[in-house]
Design a protein around this ligand. Sequence first.
Ligand SMILES: Cc1cc2nc3c(=O)[nH]c(=O)nc-3n(C[C@H](O)[C@H](O)[C@H](O)COP(=O)(O)OP(=O)(O)OC[C@H]3O[C@@H](n4cnc5c(N)ncnc54)[C@H](O)[C@@H]3O)c2cc1C
Length: 410
Amino acid sequence: MATRSLLKTTKLGVYSRQCLKTLGQQRTFTTKLTEQQQSIQELVRNFAQQHLKPNAAKHDKEALFPFEPIRQIKEMGLMGACASEDYGGMGMDYLSLALAVEELSRGCASTGLIVSIHNFLYLNLVNEKGTPEQKELFLKDFTRNCIGCFALSEPGAGTDVAGIRTRAKKDGDSWILNGTKHWVTNALEGKALVTFATIDPELRHKGLACFLVPVDTEGIFRGKKERIMSVSTSDRAATACTVTLEDVRLPDSYMVGQPGEGFRIAMEQLDQARIGIAAHAVGIAQSALDTAISYAKQRVAFGKPLTRVASVKDRLTEMCMLVETARLVTYRAAVDVSTKNSAMAKYIAGRNAAAVADHCVQILGGRGLSVNYDGERHYRDARGTQIYGGVTDIQKRLVGHFLLKEHDAL
Ligand SMILES: Cc1cc2nc3c(=O)[nH]c(=O)nc-3n(C[C@H](O)[C@H](O)[C@H](O)COP(=O)(O)OP(=O)(O)OC[C@H]3O[C@@H](n4cnc5c(N)ncnc54)[C@H](O)[C@@H]3O)c2cc1C
C-alpha cells in the first residue's frame, strides 16, 4: 500500500492529536500502550517492513542516503512528530516518536537514525525553546520539508561538552562564529543546524551559547562524509561530516536562550536524544532477532532445523529477553523523562543491541560474517549505538551520580 493511502486509512494525524491530549495525563509509566500509540506503532511497522527493510542492505552497501523513504516519512508527518500543530507538526508525545524510531530502525537503521536525530535533537529543541520568530524560520519548514541537524561535538571535544572551542563574538546586533564541528549527522542533506559556541572558553560550561544557523549562511563549509563502519557514515546510508564555521555572522535573534544557557540547553536535549538512540538500538536489536529466527527456522543441521538445537534456542531466548528489557527501560524513559532514565535506557539498549547482534552473527555461523547476509550489518549498526548520542561509559557515570544523589535524599 502506498504511504499516502496508508495515511488516509490510518489517520495518523487524528491519532497523534489524541496522543497530545493524553500527554499531560500520562505521568506514571505503564507497560500498556494507548490505542493511539499502538496505531502509530502498527502504521510505522507496516511501512518499515514494506518500504525500508527490502532496501536496507542496498542503502548500506552502496552508501545511498534514503531520499525516497525520507520523502515518504515526511508525508506521514513523522519529520514533525512532536512539533506543535501550529507549525505543521503532529503534536505527538515522546513515546509515540520513540515507537516510530524503533520501527523505522527495525526496517533500516540508517533511516531510523536520520529521523531520530532530526526530531529529538533539532526539531524538539526549536519547538520547545525557540521564540515565535525562530519557529517561523526554523520550525515551520522543518516539520514537513527540510531536515535539521545538531552540531555540538568538535574534534577536540565530544564527551567533554564544556571544552568546545567554537567561538562566538558579539559585533553590534550580530554574533560572529568561528570553529569546527565534527560528526554532524544529516549535515549534507540538512538545511539548518542547532549549534553551540563559547563566548569565553575560560568560563567552560558557563560560557556556552546556543544558535540556529541556516546552512546556506556565508562562511558555512561542509566537509566530506566520514568513512566509518556503522550506520551514520559516509560509507553508509546516513551521513555524518565535519562542518566548519568561518566568520559566520548571525543576527542576535538566532540565539536560543541567553549567553551562558547553552550548556543546559545541550544537556536537556541530550536527555531526549538518548531516548531516541535507545529506541533506535531496540529496533536494531529486534531486527537482529528477526534475522536470527528466520535463519534458524530454515537452516537444517543434524537432521533438524536450528530452532530445535537447544543451544540455538537458548540464544534466541536470551536475545528476546535482552530486547524486551531494553524496550521496557526505553519506553519508561520516554514517558518519565529524566537524565537518569534516559542515560539508563541508552546504556542498556546499546549494550543489549550489541549482545543481541553478536548472538545473531553466531547463529548464522559462517554466513554471520558474510556481507551477503544481514547479521554483520546488524553487528556494525548495534556497535554505533554505544558511541553516538553520548558514549556508554558516560551514561553509566550519570546513572551512578543520580543513584547516589537519590540515596542521599532518602
Ligand atoms: C556516526 C556518528 C554520528 C554522530 N552524530 C553526531 C551529531 O549529529 N551531532 C554531534 O554533535 N555529535 C555527533 N557525534 C559525535 C558523538 O556524539 C561523539 O563521538 C561522542 O559523544 C563521543 O565523543 P568523542 O568521539 O569525542 O569521544 P571522547 O569524548 O574522546 O571519548 C572517548 C572515550 O573515552 C572515554 N571517556 C571520555 N570521557 C569520559 C567520561 N567523562 N567518563 C567516562 N568515560 C569517558 C570513553 O570510553 C569514550 O568512549 C556522532 C558520532 C558518530 C560516530
